[in-house]
Design a protein around this ligand. Structure first.
Ligand code: ZN
Length: 240
């Protein structure tokens, strides 16, 4: 495992009520259209960790446009960083990996001047010690793919997540995770890729996605982007 490799940046999560964040990696155009619209319908926003090389890539599924990015931001969503080339950081040198992340940041600024990625997620969940260390300084947080709810002693450079992969996790299982977050006043970060009728093994249908968002709304849970959730956690830790 690349995770838990001798470098971490610990943060205590001491919330008076649970917080849930919806995140999308890459992100396929269906995440912006269906995922983003469903969140908006409930007055929520999410975090889209994007690899900007996919914007003009060959796959029509991932070919989002700068309009999708602008709309996401206009609807209270956050754009997060996921390397430019969707680079597997464990398969390249640290220098090249870091340069690829910086390139993503630079291209974003040409597309949306003044905009900056504040949070990061590792493509394939692949971490290396030097990149983790770099991410700890360059970003407020970095999300991995290890399953779990973020509680006390959370590693800010390897935030845990629960996958919204419809073919693998029935809604009952997901609702159970929401209950677990409620019980512990934890920070639950969901993650998926496509939100499409013809979903991949790494995605889900709009109906499945909406059922999860609806469940959060029904239970009165705070839904926030990664950046907003970090603000909430920082504020509540200072109060206590
Ligand atoms: Zn990815």
């Amino acid at each position: 495992m690349w995770a838990n490799i001798s470098f971490s940046k610990k943060m205590d999560v001491r919330l008076s009520k649970p917080v849930i964040t919806f995140t999308f990696d890459d992100a396929p155009v269906s995440a912006f259209i269906n995922g983003g619209n469903i969140l908006s319908k409930f007055g929520f926003g999410g975090t889209f960790y994007i690899s900007l090389s996919l914007m003009t890539g060959p796959d029509p599924e991932t070919r989002f446009t700068s309009t999708h990015l602008k709309n996401a931001v206009a609807h209270h969503s956050e754009l997060g960083c996921h390397t430019y080339g969707h680079t597997d950081l464990s398969q390249t040198t640290a220098a090249k990996g870091i340069a690829d992340i910086e390139h993503n940041q630079k291209v974003l600024q040409t597309l949306l001047p003044g905009m900056e990625f504040k949070n990061f997620s590792y493509p394939f969940g692949a971490e290396t010690r030097p990149v983790k260390k770099y991410a700890s300084k360059r970003f407020r947080s970095a999300r991995g793919i290890e399953e779990g709810i973020n509680l006390d002693g959370t590693d800010l450079c390897n935030l845990k997540t629960v996958k919204l992969y419809e073919s693998k996790y029935p809604l009952d299982y997901i609702f159970g995770k929401i209950s677990e977050a409620e019980k512990n006043n934890g920070w639950l970060i969901f993650y998926t890729h496509d939100v499409d009728e013809k979903y991949t093994d790494w995605g889900c249908s709009p109906a499945y996605f909406e059922a999860v968002v609806h469940e959060c709304a029904k239970r009165g849970i705070t839904v926030a982007t990664i950046n907003e959730a970090l603000n909430l956690i920082e504020n509540s830790t200072h109060e206590s």
